[in-house]
Write a protein that binds this ligand. Structure first.
Ligand code: TUI
Length: 314
């Protein structure tokens, strides 16, 4: 057990969130992480509201611990999912890929803890004024839709700019990363990629193997010219996409090329022509483990890191 402002705020044992990954974080994974003492988060992605309701009910049947739902604000179904989360009184909402400002009051009135993902100081300050409970500062090392600044520079700038607790995300894979995030002022961490390799994660085996195979420089950013960069593992699709992107393909052509690709990779296991979203941390992940084993490994390497740092204490 590690106590921080975030563990006290949410009533969890470890200051570790499992990032809410569209298609990837299903009820089994969410419940396993929450049962292991962290905060499991459902990635609602493009789910219609009623599908999200079924998944929320499934999570509630598998755990009595706090859990979260991530709402991707750029999706058409976001408002339906928001209504369902309020009706189902989910304990925690995280938001991504947009400004959740218009919804914060409704969540707060329903007694839901709101923790948006931000990738800039300006949005962090705006959301603090609206009364969010905490913020997730997500760096460029992350998988999927990413901001510009790295975790190393984003986290301390957000910590200095707001007084709510900050959760660091992006590039964290073990206890060394957690200690580093705490050194930057974070009160918790969010890990996505590492939890793709949880045994309870139902992503296709080919997706998991692509993460295991990936080395340090095997992720790339696509969609930079569209203004919404997405980090994925290099494959046949990224080769074609980047060739088109930098030979002047129109935004419409690129949107069309990317459509449905995440589902192809996660559900169908098409790791060559699907979009294998994963963070730069993929290079240091090499095996599948249960969510509980991951949490125990994080706790063990966190402790070891502190012991190693003892000799540098001033
Ligand atoms: O949302 C993510 N990561 C994601 S979403 C996703 S699913 C997807 N599917 C198909 C194509 C593309 C993505 C995969 N990964 N992370 C949270 C995040 N949010 N990162 C950055 C932001 C963000 C960006 C802009 C948050 C707020 C924001 O605000 C803009 C504004 O309105 O000021």
């Amino acid at each position: 057990m590690i106590e921080t402002k975030i563990t006290k705020l949410l009533g969890i044992r470890y200051p570790v969130f499992q990032g809410g990954m569209a298609w990837v974080s299903s009820p089994c994974l969410v419940a396993a992480v929450s049962n292991a003492g962290g905060l499991g988060i459902l990635g609602s992605g493009s789910m219609p509201g009623e599908v999200a309701r079924e998944k929320i009910k499934a999570i509630k049947s598998l755990t009595d611990k706090p859990f979260g739902v991530n709402i991707m604000l750029m999706m058409e179904t976001a408002t339906e999912v928001i209504d369902v989360c309020i009706e189902e009184k989910v304990p925690v909402i995280t938001t991504g890929a947009g400004n959740p400002g218009p919804y914060v009051k409704r969540f707060k009135d329903a007694g839901i803890k709101v923790i948006p993902v931000v990738s800039s100081v300006a949005l962090a300050k705006r959301l603090e004024r609206l009364g969010v409970d905490a913020l997730i500062a997500e760096g460029h090392e992350s998988g999927g839709h990413i901001g510009e600044l790295t975790t190393m520079v984003l986290v301390p700038q957000i910590v200095d700019a707001v007084s709510v607790p900050v959760v660091a995300a992006g590039g964290i894979g073990d206890g060394r990363g957690i200690v580093a995030a705490f050194a930057l002022g974070a009160e918790a961490v969010q890990l996505g990629t590492r939890f793709i390799l949880a045994k309870e994660c139902e992503a296709h085996q080919n997706y998991k193997e692509a993460v295991i195979r990936a080395k340090d420089r095997d992720t790339v950013e696509t969609g930079i010219t569209l203004g919404h960069p997405v980090r994925v593992i290099k494959n046949k699709l990224t080769k074609e996409y980047l060739e088109k992107e930098f030979k002047g393909a129109t935004p419409e052509e690129l949107e069309e090329l990317g459509r449905g690709r995440l589902r192809m990779a996660v559900v169908n296991g098409d790791s060559e022509t699907g979009s294998v979203m994963a963070g730069q941390i993929s290079g240091m992940l090499c095996k599948e483990e249960t969510a509980d084993e991951i949490m125990q490994h994080l706790a063990k390497t966190y402790k070891e890191t502190f012991s190693r740092l003892e000799k540098y204490k001033p």
